[in-house]
Design a binder for this molecule. Sequence first.
Ligand SMILES: *[C@@H]1O[C@H](CO)[C@@H](O)[C@H](O)[C@H]1NC(C)=O
Ligand SMILES: *[C@@H]1O[C@H](CO)[C@@H](O)[C@H](O)[C@H]1NC(C)=O
Ligand SMILES: *[C@@H]1O[C@H](CO)[C@@H](O)[C@H](O)[C@H]1NC(C)=O
Ligand SMILES: *[C@@H]1O[C@H](CO)[C@@H](O)[C@H](O)[C@H]1NC(C)=O
Ligand SMILES: *[C@@H]1O[C@H](CO)[C@@H](O)[C@H](O)[C@H]1NC(C)=O
Ligand SMILES: *[C@@H]1O[C@H](CO)[C@@H](O)[C@H](O)[C@H]1NC(C)=O
Length: 872
Amino acid sequence: MKWLDTLLISVALSKSVVSIDPHDVLEQFKEEYRIKNSVQYDYLVPSEAEIKGDTFFHDYFPYYKTASPKMKNENNSGYMLEIPDSESIFLDYEDIDLYGKIDFKFPYGPLKLDHSIVNKTVNEHIDELNNLIEIENNSEAARILADINLFGLYNTAIDVKQAEALYLRIVNELPNVSAEIEGHAHFMLGVIYSTGVFGNFEKDPAKGLIHYRFAADLNNIQAQMTLAHKYMFAVNVVENYSEAIYYFSLIKERIEGKIGSSMLNVQKTPSTIVEEMIFSYNLNKFDVSWCDFEDGIFGPATQALDTLRYFETFDDYEKIKQMGTGSLGDDDYVADEDETLNAYSLLYFETQKHYNGDYLNARNYDMAFKFANLCVSNGLLEPDVAQSLKNVEKLNQAKEEFKDSSSGFKFEISFGEDLSPLDLFVGRCAQYLGHMYLRGEGTEVNYDLAKHYIDIGKNLAGNKPFLSDNGIINYYGLGMEADKKKALEIYEDGIKYASPRYYKALHLIDEFETQLKTENPDIIPEKIITMLSTASPYNMLAKRKLIQLYEEGRYTTEEKSISGVYNSYVKLLDHLYFDFKLPFYSFINSKPENDDNKIWTGLVSLAIASEIGYANAQQSLGVILWPTLGKFASKKYRYSDDIYSTVFTAQRFKEAISYLEISAKHYNRDSINYLGDLYYNGLYPSYTEQIQTDPLYNRPWWQYVLPLSSVEEEEKSWLLPKLISLFETIDKIISPLKLTLRSIGLLRNSSTYTNEIAIVPRDVKKAISYYYDASTLGSHLGSYNVGWAYEFGIGVAQDLNLAKRYYELSLERSNLGYLAVKFAILRLELKAYVWSLIGCDGRGIREINHDGKTWKERFTMIISMFGNPNFD
Ligand SMILES: *[C@@H]1O[C@H](CO)[C@@H](O)[C@H](O)[C@H]1NC(C)=O
Ligand SMILES: *[C@@H]1O[C@H](CO)[C@@H](O)[C@H](O)[C@H]1NC(C)=O
Ligand SMILES: *[C@@H]1O[C@H](CO)[C@@H](O)[C@H](O)[C@H]1NC(C)=O
Ligand SMILES: *[C@@H]1O[C@H](CO)[C@@H](O)[C@H](O)[C@H]1NC(C)=O
Ligand SMILES: *[C@@H]1O[C@H](CO)[C@@H](O)[C@H](O)[C@H]1NC(C)=O
Ligand SMILES: *[C@@H]1O[C@H](CO)[C@@H](O)[C@H](O)[C@H]1NC(C)=O
């Protein structure tokens, strides 16, 4: 026996000598998963190297495919571009149609959150990882296995408890663990305790914070983000902007080390050379709010912010193609007949498509460069384009001469009508080409060529889409003598856009520094700060500059306001903290009816992103868990026996509220209104119970018309009892109608439930305070709801004047609900009239100097018109 043991151990050991790399095991996992699971959507990447990410989370993404050159085969149809002295290029119709797709459907509804009981799948690769941990104390294997267990990746069993055990083992037991892995394990433990992973653990934010702090001390960037977010938005801790700024500045320091590609040594003054970030870099944003794919929670116009990226599709070019033909809006014109124009529009389309990528295609600068080059080199040979170019150059020259003659008279060259669609397509290709030469994308940096093509592009098609390229070249003197005056003119031209405004502010700072005449040479003048702040919401560099000036002590502002700038700046670079493709692709590929793990993977990913501070993730989770969108939006699913007990559990709604509440702290108006609705409606075991607590349900309908106070006080008024009895009579007449209306509701017995029932008591006061917050943030929906509350005295003292003010506010903010709001205002006016008849002011309070007599006479007259015998 002893002998056998030794043999077993030595076999095990010799296996470990061959030592497998845990990363290879992971690659096999992904490979096999890809082969076994055909998914609806792949992420097309130019080469495998491109998908290597910045975090451990980027190791796991399995839904990518390497793009291969398109070949025409018998099955696909498309365009064949015949290019003289070059290979022909085939462009698939389907690729063209699919570009910019954003109509992904999210499977709101029956998602299972209870994964506490699972059957462990025995998998060869899991065994390999386990062996590495047991035999070699391999912490990398432990990290990978723990993550796989938590996310339920590659359809292995989801096992949150096992994940916790492994993370604990990394931080407590395994020897020789690198700081990165230990930091990661602490961060993940923080997530587990802080969120409870959808009810798999008791939530313990205090314990979570301890792990986040350990992780942050180990320089774990996710934990630093999490702590900054928590301190800034007072999540589980007391609000403390200094703490937030401390963590944000650590992160900003790290970002500085990563943005090398757009840094350049520039000659600021004859004696100083500084390193400057000359342009912002391209971001692939997968951090979306899932409601936006459904046009937002309350429709597109109420969104605080649309989180979806915009993509220029081939269809967008139809308008351009009709330009200059005099056939704009002419249905008879068939642009498709112009083959040359179509070819160039396609070349331009392919250029911008590959340059910008979309949700299904990674950026591919090599291809973008190739198409831009084809488009420009051939385009310049087109006689029409060459002619236009010559004309514009002549015009420009004339303009220069005119200016030099210092007549003071400026004349503008208007392109407008002369601009031909062909010029536009070729010109825009040239701008892309110049842009890529400037930035070294798909090619080596070449400032001379950049300038050459940017000039051509400008002459043919104006400045868009790259407003500042020309200015940057002139300003920094790239491939030429710097010409700051020219640069300034260019910025001045586009000053209403963020990027030229940023560069102009930079210029002003330089000027300010060389003059040094003010009393306070270190403090940047207010005017420049204003330019930067107004550019900063749309411009990454402006945000960075503001932070830089703040850190140098040259710009002083409130901690609260600079935390906001830090927050929006560091959040832009989301790939440094998380792989947002993971939840994105898990959701768009999921098939909940197959009970696969993808939904779970997506939810856990979003929970992590929401800890890191991404408000879109928080809002998405809230709305996913409490669906009011998609197929399961209807309330009836919440009262339906079969899925109620297993899917719409109490836990689920509790989680939804907690994520929505964090999201609301980010001033997201939709989330705030959503919470308002949620507390206004409450959640009850049955529809009957829900409706019975409705503040407007149990009242006789005529109470909607009369002041609540007078009805409740049963004041002795000569008129009120008469009115009430009139209304009661009417009520009786129409009561059969009302009964049928009410029985349409889903009446059901609550006694049939065996599971824990989700009950969120209606809390109108809380609801109104959310609506009020939303209204303060400029939401027309919020304003309308506050108006409604004042009109009927729900959660607030009834006040018709205030109600009217809020209704009008709603109308000022958006005329989307024009009819509804107008009707409400009309109703109010009628009501105010009725109230004044019975001697009440807008708050339902009896006016002292009310002249009852005259009114009585008038009113009797009105009443007698009813001809009702019940009136004496
Ligand atoms: C064309 O489609 C058929 C059936 O869909 C398939 O069997 C065939 O392999 C395809 N041909 C090519 C060249 O892809
Ligand atoms: C889990 O295993 C138990 C017993 O081993 C079995 O009865 C049950 O059906 C399994 N559940 C699933 C979902 O496979
Ligand atoms: C693994 O770690 C344990 C406890 O720290 C230690 O006793 C053991 O020798 C280690 N094994 C190897 C192969 O390093
Ligand atoms: C610790 O890890 C490093 C790198 O992973 C390795 O080179 C070293 O041999 C390890 N030391 C021990 C005692 O295992
Ligand atoms: C914020 O945190 C700092 C550092 O921990 C502390 O000195 C300061 O008192 C805190 N401020 C508030 C308002 O709690
Ligand atoms: C509700 O339950 C009661 C008693 O259990 C039963 O008599 C009644 O029919 C039920 N009503 C409905 C709508 O199921």
